[in-house]
Design a protein around this ligand. Sequence first.
Ligand SMILES: C[S@@+](CC[C@H](N)C(=O)[O-])C[C@H]1O[C@@H](n2cnc3c(N)ncnc32)[C@H](O)[C@@H]1O
Length: 250
Amino acid sequence: MTGWVRIAGLGPGDDALITPEVTDVLAQATDIVGYIPYVARIAERPGLTLHASDNRVEIDRSRHALEMASEGKNVVVVSSGDPGVFAMAAAVFEAVEDGPADWRNLDISVLPGITAMLAASARCGAPLGHDFCAINLSDNLKPWSLIEKRLRLAAEGDFAMAFYNPRSKSRPEGFVRTLDVLKEACGDDRPVIFARNVTRSDEEIRIVPLSQTTPDMADMRTMVIIGSSRTRIIPRDGAPLVYTPRSTPE
Ligand SMILES: C[S@@+](CC[C@H](N)C(=O)[O-])C[C@H]1O[C@@H](n2cnc3c(N)ncnc32)[C@H](O)[C@@H]1O
Protein backbone atom coordinates (compact mmCIF):
# COMPACT_ATOMS: atom_id res chain seq x y z
CA MET A 1 0.00 0.00 0.00
CA THR A 2 1.32 3.47 -0.80
CA GLY A 3 0.34 6.74 0.75
CA TRP A 4 0.60 10.22 -0.64
CA VAL A 5 2.51 13.48 -0.35
CA ARG A 6 0.83 16.87 -0.43
CA ILE A 7 3.09 19.93 -0.48
CA ALA A 8 0.98 22.64 1.08
CA GLY A 9 1.26 26.40 1.59
CA LEU A 10 0.13 27.80 4.95
CA GLY A 11 -0.04 31.40 3.71
CA PRO A 12 1.78 34.38 5.22
CA GLY A 13 0.72 33.93 8.84
CA ASP A 14 -2.96 34.55 9.56
CA ASP A 15 -4.81 31.22 9.74
CA ALA A 16 -7.76 32.85 7.95
CA LEU A 17 -5.55 32.86 4.84
CA ILE A 18 -5.03 29.08 4.80
CA THR A 19 -7.11 27.71 1.91
CA PRO A 20 -9.96 25.26 2.64
CA GLU A 21 -8.14 22.73 0.41
CA VAL A 22 -5.07 22.87 2.68
CA THR A 23 -7.22 22.69 5.83
CA ASP A 24 -8.88 19.52 4.46
CA VAL A 25 -5.63 17.80 3.64
CA LEU A 26 -4.13 18.66 7.03
CA ALA A 27 -7.13 16.90 8.60
CA GLN A 28 -6.40 13.73 6.56
CA ALA A 29 -2.64 13.63 7.22
CA THR A 30 -0.87 11.01 9.30
CA ASP A 31 2.42 12.93 9.22
CA ILE A 32 3.44 16.58 8.86
CA VAL A 33 6.94 17.49 7.76
CA GLY A 34 8.46 20.99 7.71
CA TYR A 35 10.64 23.72 9.12
CA ILE A 36 10.15 24.14 12.90
CA PRO A 37 8.10 27.42 12.92
CA TYR A 38 5.75 26.19 10.19
CA VAL A 39 5.11 22.81 11.84
CA ALA A 40 4.43 24.73 15.08
CA ARG A 41 1.34 26.18 13.38
CA ILE A 42 -0.25 22.71 13.08
CA ALA A 43 -2.52 21.60 15.93
CA GLU A 44 -1.62 18.25 17.47
CA ARG A 45 -4.24 15.49 17.38
CA PRO A 46 -4.33 11.71 17.90
CA GLY A 47 -3.03 9.85 14.84
CA LEU A 48 -0.90 12.76 13.65
CA THR A 49 2.89 12.81 13.97
CA LEU A 50 4.70 16.13 13.60
CA HIS A 51 8.25 16.02 12.17
CA ALA A 52 9.83 19.47 12.61
CA SER A 53 13.31 20.04 11.26
CA ASP A 54 15.79 22.89 11.13
CA ASN A 55 16.36 25.28 8.26
CA ARG A 56 18.55 24.29 5.28
CA VAL A 57 17.78 20.56 5.40
CA GLU A 58 15.18 20.73 2.66
CA ILE A 59 16.40 17.71 0.70
CA ASP A 60 16.66 15.46 3.80
CA ARG A 61 13.17 16.57 4.81
CA SER A 62 11.87 15.82 1.32
CA ARG A 63 13.40 12.34 1.27
CA HIS A 64 11.90 11.63 4.65
CA ALA A 65 8.45 12.64 3.37
CA LEU A 66 8.82 10.47 0.24
CA GLU A 67 10.04 7.48 2.27
CA MET A 68 7.06 7.76 4.63
CA ALA A 69 4.62 7.98 1.69
CA SER A 70 6.23 4.85 0.17
CA GLU A 71 5.46 3.10 3.48
CA GLY A 72 1.77 4.04 3.24
CA LYS A 73 1.67 7.27 5.24
CA ASN A 74 -0.32 10.36 4.24
CA VAL A 75 2.27 13.08 4.44
CA VAL A 76 1.83 16.85 4.24
CA VAL A 77 5.00 18.87 3.67
CA VAL A 78 4.26 22.39 4.90
CA SER A 79 5.75 25.68 3.70
CA SER A 80 4.89 29.25 4.55
CA GLY A 81 3.17 31.26 1.85
CA ASP A 82 3.04 29.25 -1.35
CA PRO A 83 5.08 26.03 -1.46
CA GLY A 84 6.18 26.69 -5.03
CA VAL A 85 7.75 30.09 -4.25
CA PHE A 86 11.30 29.70 -2.90
CA ALA A 87 10.08 26.81 -0.79
CA MET A 88 9.56 23.07 -0.41
CA ALA A 89 7.84 22.06 -3.67
CA ALA A 90 10.99 22.38 -5.77
CA ALA A 91 13.01 20.62 -3.04
CA VAL A 92 10.64 17.63 -3.07
CA PHE A 93 10.86 17.36 -6.86
CA GLU A 94 14.67 17.55 -6.72
CA ALA A 95 14.55 14.62 -4.28
CA VAL A 96 12.18 12.74 -6.60
CA GLU A 97 14.42 13.29 -9.62
CA ASP A 98 17.53 12.08 -7.76
CA GLY A 99 15.81 9.32 -5.76
CA PRO A 100 14.72 5.73 -6.36
CA ALA A 101 12.67 5.20 -9.55
CA ASP A 102 9.52 4.17 -7.64
CA TRP A 103 9.25 7.64 -6.02
CA ARG A 104 8.24 8.99 -9.45
CA ASN A 105 5.01 6.97 -9.28
CA LEU A 106 3.98 8.23 -5.84
CA ASP A 107 0.79 10.25 -5.51
CA ILE A 108 2.29 13.74 -5.05
CA SER A 109 0.61 17.10 -5.51
CA VAL A 110 1.16 20.75 -4.67
CA LEU A 111 -1.53 22.79 -2.90
CA PRO A 112 -1.06 26.53 -3.43
CA GLY A 113 -1.03 29.17 -0.72
CA ILE A 114 -0.98 32.96 -0.57
CA THR A 115 2.60 34.01 -1.05
CA ALA A 116 4.12 36.84 1.07
CA MET A 117 4.56 39.05 -1.99
CA LEU A 118 0.81 39.10 -2.68
CA ALA A 119 -0.12 39.56 0.97
CA ALA A 120 2.32 42.50 1.24
CA SER A 121 1.10 44.01 -2.01
CA ALA A 122 -2.53 43.79 -0.89
CA ARG A 123 -1.73 45.66 2.33
CA CYS A 124 -0.57 48.76 0.42
CA GLY A 125 -2.86 48.82 -2.60
CA ALA A 126 -1.72 47.30 -5.89
CA PRO A 127 2.01 47.92 -6.42
CA LEU A 128 2.18 44.77 -8.57
CA GLY A 129 -0.71 45.90 -10.77
CA HIS A 130 1.42 45.84 -13.92
CA ASP A 131 4.43 43.70 -14.96
CA PHE A 132 6.61 42.62 -12.06
CA CYS A 133 9.20 40.02 -11.07
CA ALA A 134 10.10 38.23 -7.85
CA ILE A 135 13.74 37.82 -6.83
CA ASN A 136 15.14 35.84 -3.92
CA LEU A 137 18.01 37.94 -2.54
CA SER A 138 19.62 35.04 -0.70
CA ASP A 139 22.93 33.99 -2.19
CA ASN A 140 22.89 30.61 -0.40
CA LEU A 141 21.94 28.75 -3.58
CA LYS A 142 23.17 31.09 -6.32
CA PRO A 143 26.06 33.52 -6.78
CA TRP A 144 25.69 37.20 -5.94
CA SER A 145 26.79 38.09 -9.51
CA LEU A 146 23.59 36.49 -10.84
CA ILE A 147 21.42 38.39 -8.34
CA GLU A 148 23.04 41.66 -9.37
CA LYS A 149 22.59 40.86 -13.08
CA ARG A 150 18.88 40.12 -12.54
CA LEU A 151 18.40 43.31 -10.50
CA ARG A 152 19.97 45.42 -13.25
CA LEU A 153 18.00 43.74 -16.04
CA ALA A 154 14.73 44.03 -14.10
CA ALA A 155 15.43 47.74 -13.51
CA GLU A 156 16.24 48.19 -17.21
CA GLY A 157 12.96 46.44 -18.11
CA ASP A 158 11.12 48.76 -15.70
CA PHE A 159 9.56 45.91 -13.73
CA ALA A 160 8.21 46.41 -10.24
CA MET A 161 10.23 43.97 -8.10
CA ALA A 162 9.37 41.89 -5.06
CA PHE A 163 12.29 40.70 -2.93
CA TYR A 164 12.17 37.62 -0.72
CA ASN A 165 14.86 36.81 1.89
CA PRO A 166 16.22 40.37 1.72
CA ARG A 167 18.70 40.42 4.57
CA SER A 168 19.93 37.80 7.02
CA LYS A 169 22.30 38.25 9.95
CA SER A 170 24.85 36.00 8.23
CA ARG A 171 24.91 38.01 4.96
CA PRO A 172 23.90 41.60 5.74
CA GLU A 173 26.08 43.02 2.94
CA GLY A 174 23.84 41.65 0.15
CA PHE A 175 20.99 44.05 0.89
CA VAL A 176 23.43 46.99 1.14
CA ARG A 177 24.54 46.14 -2.38
CA THR A 178 20.95 45.64 -3.55
CA LEU A 179 19.98 49.14 -2.42
CA ASP A 180 23.13 50.58 -4.06
CA VAL A 181 22.28 48.91 -7.38
CA LEU A 182 18.65 50.07 -7.22
CA LYS A 183 19.61 53.65 -6.33
CA GLU A 184 21.99 53.69 -9.29
CA ALA A 185 19.54 52.05 -11.73
CA CYS A 186 16.14 53.42 -10.67
CA GLY A 187 16.63 57.01 -9.50
CA ASP A 188 15.71 58.46 -6.12
CA ASP A 189 11.99 58.69 -5.63
CA ARG A 190 10.76 55.19 -6.52
CA PRO A 191 8.42 53.99 -3.74
CA VAL A 192 9.77 51.10 -1.70
CA ILE A 193 7.55 49.03 0.59
CA PHE A 194 8.98 47.24 3.61
CA ALA A 195 6.28 44.82 4.78
CA ARG A 196 7.32 42.93 7.92
CA ASN A 197 5.39 40.02 9.42
CA VAL A 198 2.48 40.61 7.09
CA THR A 199 -0.89 39.35 8.43
CA ARG A 200 0.71 38.53 11.80
CA SER A 201 -0.07 40.34 15.06
CA ASP A 202 3.15 42.39 14.84
CA GLU A 203 2.77 43.43 11.20
CA GLU A 204 4.65 46.63 10.20
CA ILE A 205 4.35 48.36 6.83
CA ARG A 206 6.62 51.25 5.78
CA ILE A 207 6.52 53.06 2.46
CA VAL A 208 9.60 55.20 1.75
CA PRO A 209 11.21 56.78 -1.31
CA LEU A 210 14.23 54.83 -2.55
CA SER A 211 16.59 57.68 -1.61
CA GLN A 212 15.58 57.33 2.07
CA THR A 213 15.91 53.55 2.32
CA THR A 214 18.54 52.07 4.61
CA PRO A 215 19.60 48.42 4.87
CA ASP A 216 18.35 48.06 8.45
CA MET A 217 14.75 48.55 7.27
CA ALA A 218 14.66 44.87 6.19
CA ASP A 219 15.30 41.52 7.84
CA MET A 220 14.35 37.93 7.08
CA ARG A 221 10.74 38.57 8.11
CA THR A 222 10.37 41.38 5.61
CA MET A 223 9.06 41.43 2.07
CA VAL A 224 10.48 44.35 0.09
CA ILE A 225 8.68 45.67 -2.98
CA ILE A 226 9.99 48.44 -5.22
CA GLY A 227 7.68 50.06 -7.73
CA SER A 228 8.34 50.61 -11.43
CA SER A 229 8.76 54.11 -12.87
CA ARG A 230 4.95 54.16 -13.29
CA THR A 231 4.07 53.28 -9.67
CA ARG A 232 2.03 56.00 -7.96
CA ILE A 233 1.26 57.01 -4.40
CA ILE A 234 -2.16 58.37 -3.44
CA PRO A 235 -1.74 60.40 -0.23
CA ARG A 236 -4.71 60.32 2.14
CA ASP A 237 -5.38 60.35 5.88
CA GLY A 238 -3.42 57.46 7.37
CA ALA A 239 -1.38 55.14 5.19
CA PRO A 240 -1.17 56.11 1.52
CA LEU A 241 -2.28 53.84 -1.31
CA VAL A 242 0.43 52.57 -3.66
CA TYR A 243 -0.49 51.26 -7.06
CA THR A 244 0.97 50.60 -10.47
CA PRO A 245 -1.42 51.51 -13.30
CA ARG A 246 -2.48 48.65 -15.56
CA SER A 247 -1.39 50.43 -18.72
CA THR A 248 1.83 51.99 -20.04
CA PRO A 249 1.56 54.60 -22.80
CA GLU A 250 3.49 54.04 -26.06
C1 LIG B 1 12.17 31.14 2.13
S1 LIG B 1 11.10 32.45 1.66
C2 LIG B 1 9.59 31.57 1.65
C3 LIG B 1 8.50 32.26 0.88
C4 LIG B 1 7.16 31.57 0.98
N1 LIG B 1 7.17 30.28 0.35
C5 LIG B 1 6.05 32.43 0.38
O1 LIG B 1 5.47 32.03 -0.64
O2 LIG B 1 5.76 33.48 0.96
C6 LIG B 1 11.00 33.39 3.16
C7 LIG B 1 10.85 34.87 2.89
O3 LIG B 1 9.49 35.14 2.57
C8 LIG B 1 9.14 36.42 3.06
N2 LIG B 1 8.00 36.27 3.99
C9 LIG B 1 7.39 35.12 4.32
N3 LIG B 1 6.33 35.37 5.13
C10 LIG B 1 6.29 36.71 5.31
C11 LIG B 1 5.43 37.58 6.04
N4 LIG B 1 4.38 37.13 6.73
N5 LIG B 1 5.70 38.91 6.00
C12 LIG B 1 6.74 39.39 5.27
N6 LIG B 1 7.59 38.60 4.56
C13 LIG B 1 7.37 37.29 4.59
C14 LIG B 1 10.39 37.02 3.74
O4 LIG B 1 11.08 37.79 2.76
C15 LIG B 1 11.16 35.77 4.07
O5 LIG B 1 12.56 36.02 4.17
